[in-house]
Design a protein around this ligand. Structure first.
Ligand code: TXA
Ligand code: MG
Length: 337
């Protein structure tokens, strides 16, 4: 018998589909980040996602589909507005949240009346979904609160042999999907991503949809933690005048008491001194910056500096940066102004 790593990609996809059918969770590449997938028709498999990730049950999962019909079957209502967004942006890095159909298990939605659905673009995700024939619930394949994985190795590093991971290469988008809540004509942004609210709005205008952009209600977006995506080493953000490393170190030492040891289950290696520092440098192009941000944070943390620092520039306030800046703000332990 062949070893799993000797199988062709098509054989690996078959193998993953079999594991899913047996109620296992599987690492699935998508164009945004890697997901930890389970079949939505197997509640004990869905539960396994939560236990594997050590994720609290109040944080709902995104359901992945491989066709418009499959998406429609999960929502109680499917409006022309949803159809228009789906036709324009799917398959792709957009999650639509709307009223759920009864068949969607409350475990997936954390008891909410709504469900989040996405049709991913990654060919391996599409093949796995087609092979399975059933939608797959999949959060990002990291331990709760930690950095999302953008390669198969990132997933293996966390879950080891306990989770089979399909290798679909490095993720092209690099940060999680944009999440939009749609309720009648009201549209709200729950999580920014590489696809901006401006692009979504411009499409709605062009197609003459009746819509209004509203701010999300708190109760609609559980699991939207203030901190998330955290590296193990404190990430320091600073804006304003350029500072030397000596100046940054001095300021960090002054504010050390404001760096917590643990944030929402993630342990932060709080430094006793600030000697070794690594600057996080990202491309000035937001598309490239999104692609590299998690890998760069990971690589920096692996070198075990006392802190990682990142300078916020004026260009980072442009709308295309909302997704990356949201992740950096949530990953940060300290903001120096
Ligand atoms: O790009 C992505 O979206 C990746 C890939 C794997 O598809 N998935 C992902 O899942 O980022 P996760 O679990 O890390 O983030 C899911 C978030 C939840 O924390 C919650 O904020 C939101 O999606 N969500 C899911 N269902 C929701 C619902 N019914 N109502 C409101 N928010 C929901
Ligand atoms: Mg996540």
């Amino acid at each position: 018998m062949k070893q799993v790593d000797q199988l062709s990609l098509a054989e690996q996809i078959d193998f993953a589909a079999q594991l899913l059918e047996q109620g296992q969770v599987v690492g699935m590449p998508t164009e945004t980040v890697y997901g930890l997938a389970a079949r939505i028709d197997l509640p004990f498999a869905v539960e396994k996602i939560f236990s594997t990730k050590r994720r609290p049950f109040f944080d709902p999962l995104i359901v992945h589909v491989s066709s418009l019909d499959q998406a429609k079957s999960l929502f109680q209502t499917w409006t022309p507005l949803m159809q228009s967004l789906a036709e324009e942006f799917w398959p792709g890095p957009l999650t639509l949240v709307g009223p759920k159909q009864h068949c969607v298990n409350h475990l997936i939605t954390s008891g909410l009346p709504s469900v989040g659905v996405r049709w991913p673009q990654h060919p391996v995700a599409q093949k796995l979904l087609q092979k399975t024939g059933v939608p797959l619930a999949a959060p990002s394949a990291n331990l709760f609160g930690e950095l999302s994985p953008t390669s198969a190795q990132n997933v293996r590093d966390v879950f080891g042999k306990s989770v089979f991971v399909l290798d679909g290469g490095a993720c092209e988008v690099g940060i999680e999907s944009t999440i939009i809540h749609v309720e009648g004509s009201r549209v709200s942004l729950l999580r920014p991503g590489v696809l901006t609210l401006q692009e979504i709005e411009s499409h709605l205008q062009q197609t003459k949809q009746v819509y209004e952009i509203v701010s999300p209600q708190k109760k609609i977006a559980p699991g939207q933690m203030k901190h998330h995506y955290m590296p193990s080493v404190p990430l320091i953000l600073y804006s304003g005048q350029t500072m030397t490393e000596v100046e940054i170190a001095k300021r960090v030492m002054q504010e050390l008491k404001n760096i917590p040891d643990e944030v929402e289950h993630v342990r932060i290696l709080k430094p006793a001194k600030v000697q070794k520092m690594i600057q996080l440098s990202l491309s000035d192009d937001p598309v490239f910056a999104a692609r590299e941000v998690y890998a760069s944070l990971r690589t920096a943390a692996e070198q075990k500096p006392d802190v990682i620092y990142f300078k916020i520039k004026n260009l980072h306030s442009q709308p295309e940066w909302n997704g990356v800046m949201d992740r950096l703000n949530k990953a940060a332990s300290l903001h120096l102004k």
